[in-house]
Design a protein around this ligand. Structure first.
Ligand SMILES: Nc1nc2c(ncn2[C@@H]2O[C@H](COP(=O)(O)OP(=O)(O)OP(=O)(O)O)[C@@H](O)[C@H]2O)c(=O)[nH]1
Ligand SMILES: [Mg+2]
Length: 174
């Protein structure tokens, strides 16, 4: 039985809050506020500080921390990355324009902690979702980093991602 802190990060609108909401065993703590900027047309609310959820998988407890996606809230990234065991780079695979930003977010997180990470191509249920290879190239993920598909609205899909994270963490520990 182990406890792990997992940070879910990625660009604006990639599905971070949804990912945590779908899998959490407890009602999530979220800090969504009405969008007042040019992104208003995309959705009504955005995370301004963090999301927090918790899930038990195979006897281990995962504490999930979602970051804001908008760069103007990036001061939270450093705080949320403290003592993280791994991070998930969540990417909207239908939004190729966001891939370079995802790559930058990932670079920032790599500098914040030397922990394993996983690239997750989200929204693969939607039309025009990029292939995994495109997401890998677009986010500059090295060959030894896992890139996997996900539909953050489906519990089984989010669970698959977290099982993969656990697998990486357990391999690292042994
Ligand atoms: N079809 C589909 N929609 C998704 C999926 N994941 C998230 N969404 C939707 O995408 C939108 C953005 O999701 P959020 O969870 O708010 O994204 P976020 O990354 O937390 O956004 P910010 O906090 O603003 O950076 C919402 O309308 C979600 O319901 C998915 O896998 N498939
Ligand atoms: Mg959010």
């Amino acid at each position: 039985m182990a406890n792990y802190k997992i940070v879910v990060t990625g660009p604006f609108n990639s599905g971070k809050t949804q990912f945590i909401k779908t899998i959490s065993d407890i009602p999530i703590v979220s800090t969504e506020k009405k969008i007042t900027t040019e992104d208003r047309g995309i959705k009504a609310q955005t995370t301004v500080a963090m999301d927090y959820g918790r899930v038990q998988i195979d006897g281990d407890t995962l504490y999930l921390y979602g970051t804001p996606g908008q760069v103007r809230f990036d001061f939270m990234w450093e705080i949320l990355s403290e003592e993280m065991n791994a991070y998930i780079l969540l990417v909207d695979s239908t939004d190729a324009h966001s891939f370079p930003e995802a790559s930058e977010v990932s670079e920032r997180f790599r500098s914040l902690g030397h922990v394993p990470y996983l690239v997750v191509a989200n929204k693969t249920d939607m039309e025009h979702a990029a292939r995994l290879g495109e997401v890998r190239r677009g986010t500059n993920a090295p060959a030894d980093v896992t890139v996997m598909p996900c539909v953050a609205t489906q519990k089984s899909s989010v669970r698959q991602v977290l099982l993969q994270v656990l697998d990486i963490l357990r391999r690292e520990a042994s």
